[in-house]
Design a protein around this ligand. Sequence first.
Ligand code: SAM
Length: 209
Amino acid sequence: MASSNDGKTYIVEHLDPELGPWSELEYICIGQDSQKAGSRFLLSSLPDEFRVPERLGKLEAFTPEKRSVEEIAGDVKNQVCLLDPAAKQDLSPEDGKKFGVFLFGGILGDDPPRDRTSELRKKGYEGRRLGPVQMTTDTAVRVTRMVVQEGYTLETVPYLDHPDIKFNEHESTQMPFRYVADANGKPIMPEGMVELIGKDADKTIDDMF
Ligand code: SAM
């Protein structure tokens, strides 16, 4: 696995017991973005019963892995950078020359954060932070790619913190995460995510009655 500013390998170590619909949309989005950027996306530690979503499986850039990141990249540990909200050092474009592999926790965001990234930190990878605010996994991969492949610094990425997502005329919900803003100032989210958030909110309201 070469370390250069060209294609990178993004590994998401799946740490949740199952693949929920939120993670599924996030993983499809990471796969599509990685493919466009000439990079690879490995989803590791998949349980035996894992079914690869069709939209992900057809991407050339994508590899599903039952093995853990230690089994895949244990012999090139110094090339692997763990994106870690508790790391002492922030990610910079120079890290694109130092590392070829970027590792993320496949964990749904939680509020307040439970620091499940610690499961990967314990394994001793060099860590980098993406600033102080919790991002969704697809946002964390997006920001990393912008920094190590496109030359942004963390300060020049256009962010949106805790945006309100309006899913119909009367209802909205505030997302407790940081996103990247698109050219229209809207948060970049996986395709289908706004609809899913809307459905989940409907379910919660139904459960109240
Ligand atoms: N609540 C979390 C926890 O338990 O650690 C954060 C999970 S976050 C939704 C999923 C992954 O995105 C993390 O494991 C980490 O790799 C990456 N990530 C998210 N925000 C980050 C930040 N500010 N700095 C570095 N990595 C971040």
